[in-house]
Design a protein around this ligand. Structure first.
Ligand code: NAD
Length: 357
């Protein structure tokens, strides 16, 4: 019997216009699916990410919308749940917005999917940052068995854990074939600064550290380093992440959790230095104190279980991945500029409505 693949299948990608979701959609298309249904409310993304392909059907709206849920096809083969309220700072500024788009989304989606018996797998984008041990000294690889704290730094982090808890419930009670993919820090093409709507804080424009640094470096700006840049992360290129998600769908065990990571630790100082090198940015680094909400100094993830059970290993080195991210950003500078400008306008409106200067 041949190994399962996605050919001829009907796939739901919730949050499929987003950074990781759209890269997943692009890779799935190469595997001859029958249809990919993307549901996205463009809260933190742009339509430019959605491929114009007759096999992709885009539904604009929130996955919490009962009409959208009711209209989901009864013969879905796979579902990927990547919607979230991006990101940590936005969730601190607007916890209720986070609840609506990061907690309720998971609950309503899983409750609907439990009735779709054709589903072979439901893959959930879980977050390693929500489980990683907080350390400032020497990090050890976070395994899938890491105990989860009841004290989280952000509503975003709480919501990501709640998504795991609800999925586990629907797996145990309703046999939903639920698989958790715990993401480390993803970077790469299609992470568009400023994409989407105002989410309560100036930080929403800047998204994660890599696209922010790449953009600033391309514009000759100083890269800001909180706490001397000695924090570390496990950076995984988005193409590898999409392959890992597909491996979870095809080979993941229902009820299981897998880290999708490289197993390698890179400090923010190393990241900034490489980005300055690849962009030719000569402006010196800008050293700053630690951010008040972020208490996770150093971390990386264990990749053993994903290697052993999914046959998944990240392939792209940080050097190659960053070069490809810089190239993509250069090639899409107009798109990024448009999204940042739209975001600035929304921010000015929001601030004037709230009476702030
Ligand atoms: N990027 C990372 O480093 C990282 C790390 C850990 C976990 N994750 C998780 O991976 C997933 C994808 O992250 P990303 O970086 O691509 O973020 P993203 O913001 O680019 O993608 C999220 C997508 O969900 C959409 N969305 C938000 N609310 C929605 C709703 N109510 N209904 C339908 N769509 C909705 C957004 O518009 C966006 O397109 C998220 O669940 C995130 O928590 C990402």
């Amino acid at each position: 019997m041949s190994a399962p693949d996605f050919s001829g299948t009907r796939i739901l990608v919730v949050g499929g216009a987003g950074f990781v979701g759209s890269n997943l959609v692009h890779q799935l298309l190469a595997q001859a699916p029958r249809e990919i249904l993307v549901v996205d409310n463009l809260l933190s993304s742009d339509m430019a990410n959605v491929p114009a392909d007759p096999r992709v059907r885009f539904v604009y709206g929130s996955i919490t919308d009962d009409r959208i849920l009711a209209a989901l096809p009864a013969d879905l083969d796979y579902a990927f749940h990547l919607a979230c309220f991006h990101g940590n700072q936005s969730s601190i500024a607007d916890p209720l917005g986070d609840h609506d788009n990061n907690t309720l989304t998971s609950l309503k989606l899983f409750d609907r999917l439990k009735d779709i018996r054709s589903l072979r797998k439901v893959v959930y984008a879980a977050a390693a940052c929500a489980v990683a041990e907080k350390t400032y000294d020497t990090a050890s690889a976070t395994t899938e068995e890491q105990p989860v704290t009841l004290y989280h730094d952000s509503p975003y982090s709480i919501s990501k854990i709640i998504g795991e808890l609800y999925g586990n419930f629907y797996f145990q009670r309703h046999k939903l074939p639920f698989v958790k993919a715990r993401f480390s820090n993803v970077y790469g093409p299609r992470e568009i600064l400023g994409a989407g709507r105002w989410r309560g804080t100036v930080h929403t424009v800047w998204r994660n550290v890599t696209p922010t640094f790449v953009w600033r470096a391309l514009n000759g700006e100083a890269l800001p380093l909180d706490n001397g840049g000695n924090a570390s992360r496990d950076f995984i290129f988005v193409e590898d992440m999409a392959r890992g998600l597909m491996a979870c769908a095809l080979r993941g065990g229902p009820g299981e959790v897998y880290n999708l990571a490289t197993g390698r630790e890179t400090t923010i100082l190393e990241l900034a230095t490489l980005i300055n090198e690849y962009t030719g940015n000569k402006t010196p680094l800008d050293l700053r104190p630690a951010r008040d909400w972020d208490r996770s100094g150093k971390r990386f993830a264990s990749t053993e279980k994903a290697e052993r059970e999914l046959g998944f290993t990240a392939r792209v080195t940080i050097a190659e991945g960053l070069q490809r991210t810089v190239d993509w950003t250069r090639g899409n500078a107009d798109l990024v500029r448009r999204c940042i400008a739209a975001h600035d306008k929304m921010m000015a409106q929001a601030l004037s409505q709230s009476g702030a200067s």
